[in-house]
Ligand binder design. Structure first.
Ligand SMILES: Nc1ncnc2c1ncn2[C@@H]1O[C@H](COP(=O)(O)OP(=O)(O)OP(=O)(O)O)[C@@H](O)[C@H]1O
Length: 403
């Protein structure tokens, strides 16, 4: 049976809808400077005033709270990873891209990576960054590169490896050698199926392991800050448990593979047949090793931090609370919570903004009393009056958010 709202709730909703009026043009807002190449001075001035108004609404700093300003994020040249995640559409990409620009403008060669299968880094930087390779972003003072991992392509690599390892060719061959039982065991691992219809989180796991592959190369050792724009919450949670799952599956495959190899080696030498499994096994072994590195990376308090991005609505905050609880269970370090799209202070709210503000105030109070979120360092980011696209706009946002 469908759940129906109580008459009391329905009446309240109707009352609120009747109050929902369009935004009055006279309302104050944080105005994003219109894009004028070379006019960074005006961007700076606007940034300073926005910054002042945003901080006016910020909750007072807790006594004895750690200083978690941008200085702390930026100090030192040892490589650090920042992973930004949260509910869909709250502004993860905008915050991740603005942080990357801020790092690059503060002397850090930076890499920003999207592991969200629905990429929006290209849209955010207003530059084509697709293609699965590192692309330099034009504008910042130090090198800033972006990488949008193509999950389909990355998965295809592993699927090919798996087919070679456990596909029908090998099964037929082993059947003919009387080793069908082992072949069936390989089939039971269902890695092929896993790669054909991947569970949410797998693409992201493969994407992150792909980044680790890039970072192993000497030519990419220059990056001192790596910012991940991750997929929405559900994917992130499943991603956290995937390395263990894949480690176990791949471990089994590799063990069976070595059993098969020793059982068939005598026969192979008689018939001169070669099963091309080594390459596949190497790929799986590499994937397994990288997964383990990904798992370590997520939990390394020295080099990694997961930053939750949310907006001041009950739904988003409830989801952030659950996300933080899960991240804690998995020992993933979290210290900051960004509350994005907060209405800037105003003395002349229209009816719509006044209602919205009340809602937001209630949601912000909810954060302060939520046991999961109350101890995090809360950073408020104001709602600006237009879409944040391109490096100047991201610099503007970054200067307000990352102080
Ligand atoms: N503080 C802000 N003020 C105004 N607009 C914003 C702000 N933050 C984000 N936006 C806008 O909200 C939209 C969604 O932002 P963004 O793509 O960063 O979210 P996301 O969480 O990465 O989304 P997805 O989950 O779909 O990847 C964009 O149009 C962006 O310009």
């Amino acid at each position: 049976m469908l759940a129906t709202a109580s008459p009391h709730l329905q009446a309240a909703a109707a009352r609120r809808l009747s109050l929902a009026v369009p935004v009055n043009q006279g309302c104050s807002s944080v105005r994003l400077p219109r894009r004028r190449p070379g006019r960074y001075a005006s961007v700076r001035a606007a940034s300073a005033s926005a910054s002042a108004s945003a901080s006016a609404a910020a909750p007072p700093a807790k006594e004895g709270a750690e200083d978690l300003g941008f200085q702390e994020m930026s100090s030192g040249t040892r490589r650090r990873y920042y992973m930004l995640g949260g509910k869909g559409g709250v502004g993860k990409t905008s915050c991740a891209a603005s942080l990357a620009v801020r790092f690059a403008n503060n002397g850090h060669p930076t890499l920003v990576v999207s592991t969200d299968p629905a990429h929006s880094l290209s849209d955010s930087f207003a530059q084509d960054l697709s293609g699965g390779t590192l692309v330099q972003v034009d504008g910042p003072d130090s090198p800033l590169f972006a990488l949008e991992i193509n999950p389909e392509k990355a998965r295809e690599e592993f699927r090919t490896a798996n087919q070679k390892n456990g596909g029908t060719g090998v099964k037929d061959f082993m059947d003919s050698m009387g080793l069908g039982v082992l072949a069936e065991q390989l089939g039971e691992l269902k890695l092929g199926e896993l790669l054909d219809t991947p569970p949410p989180g797998l693409d992201e796991a493969i994407a992150i392991s792909k980044v680790m592959q890039f970072l192993e190369a000497q030519e990419y050792s220059m990056f001192s800050r790596i910012v991940f724009d991750t997929a929405p919450t559900g994917h992130t949670l499943r991603l956290l448990s995937l390395p263990d799952f894949l480690d176990a599956s791949i471990g089994k495959i590799l063990k069976l593979r070595s059993q098969i190899a020793s059982a068939t080696s005598a026969i192979k030498s008689v018939f001169g047949q070669e099963v091309q499994q080594q390459d596949a096994a190497n790929k799986l072994e590499q994937l397994r090793e990288r997964m383990l590195k990904v798992r370590e990376l997520f939990r390394d308090t020295e080099s990694t931090e997961f930053i939750i991005v949310t907006i001041p609505t009950v739904m988003a905050i409830s989801e952030s609370s659950r996300l933080h609880s899960s991240l804690q269970k998995e020992s993933v370090p979290v210290r900051r919570l960004i509350v994005n799209q907060v209405l800037p202070p105003s003395t002349s709210d229209c009816k719509f903004c006044a209602i919205k503000r009340k809602d937001q105030t209630r949601a912000l109070d909810m954060i302060r009393s939520d046991p999961e979120l109350m101890d995090l360092n809360i950073i408020q980011a104001p709602l600006v009056d237009m879409e944040i696209r391109g490096v100047p706009a991201l610099k503007f946002l970054g200067d307000i958010v990352w102080k």
